[in-house]
Structure formats: structure tokens, C-alpha cells
Design a protein around this ligand. Sequence first.
Ligand SMILES: [Zn+2]
Length: 254
Amino acid sequence: MTGIEPILDNNRKWVEEKRAKDPDFFNRLADGQKPRYLFIGCSDSRVPASAITGTGPGEMFVHRNIANLVIHTDYNLLSVLQYAVEVLGVEDIMVVGHYGCGGVAAAASNKQYGLIDGWLTNIRDVIRMHEMEFLRIKDDDARLRRLVELNVIEQVRNLAKTSIIQNARKGAKPPRLHGLVYDIKEGLLKDLQVEDNLIAELEHIYGTHAMQHAAKVLEKEVEQPGLTASKPELTDEAAKETKKAGKETMRQAS
Ligand SMILES: [Zn+2]
């Protein structure tokens, strides 16, 4: 068999098997879908969404792209997200990265690849945000593995920044957001345990009450000038260092 013949052949066999086990299987699915999960994963052929999660037809809404990115100008992803949240009412949304991701490795390589460079810039932004942590890892493989994890965490944050999620979080049953990494060598999924406060801390800027927050900050500024003066941007690591240094200074002074 050549071309797509094997695919059509497999499909016929699959239909026969399903019908043999459950004659009503396709009729039920034809009635509509009510999936509980939204899966946002990499296009990599080694990360099949249904197979690694043990979900069957009708159980999981799926969006895949190179390196599982959540980009705020990507109308494909945003349409999937809006439909999944507002129409299907999914309960859990997972961003699923994987070790050995070619997109992540390409972004970390300092080479140019043509059209995809714009897409990879989003992963280079993740490197910039966590540069100190990234540079401190000497082993190449370990550094890339960590970048895969950091990329997933930042994409979960990007999800939380959307008006779709911000609005859903004001409702009674907002979807839970998760960051997972799939280990191709072992076949196992690891939950990165992205904490809810990492998502909640975005609300004062990305939520609809951002203006109220701004008014409060400005009020404080009038009461205590200089207290809220803008500080230069710090990476997570640099911010920790600064905090530590501040504590040291206070300890020495007291
Ligand atoms: Zn990948």
C-alpha cells in the first residue's frame, strides 16, 4: 500500500472494531460534544494528545502548534480557547510541553530558520525573562529541559492574561489552568504544579479592574510620594537577589 491507503485501511478497521464493541458509538458522538478538557500541545508527532492522556473521542478539545505557544495575536488559538471556555465549558485547560522539543531547541540556538523565527521569538522572550536561571545551568541538555518547563509556565501565564480567561475567572466555575511536560523517553506526563497565585497576580494588570488598581496606586503616591515610583524591570532571579540583598542590609542596620 502506498500514499494514504494505509490511513483509509486503518480507518475502516477502527470503525469495525468500535462498532463491534459498541454499536451505538458513532450515533452518540454525532449528537454533539461536551469535552471536559482543553489540550494545548506541541505539533510533534511523538506527542499524540489522546494516546498519552487516555482520552477517547468527545473527551478532549485539542489545539496544537510548534512548541505549544499561547500568543495573544494568534486568532486560531484564541478562537479555540473562546469556544472551549464559553461554549463547551471545559473544566481543565492544560498546556503540554515536551522534553526534546525541536522548537524550543531552535529558539535557544541563536541560528536563523526563516519564516518560523518570528514564532520562535516568543520562546526567546521566555529565555530573556529567566536569563540568569537559564545561564547558570551548565549542562546543555538540562538547560534545554528547564527551558521546556519555563516555556510551559509562561504559556500558562499567557493563557491567564487573555480576556477570555479573565472574564471566566469572574464566573462561578472558571476553568483550572495546568502546565504539564511530557517525557518522550519515559512516556510520562509531569505536572509542573503551576500555582493559582501565579495566575491571580496577573489580575490587577490584565483584569477588567485594572483601572481601579491604578487609581489606588496613584492615591498612595499622593499620600506618600516616591513610595510607588517605577523601578527598572527585574527578572525573577534578579528580583530575588535584590530582595535578599535588601534583607541583608536591614539585618546589618538593625
Ligand atoms: Zn515540540
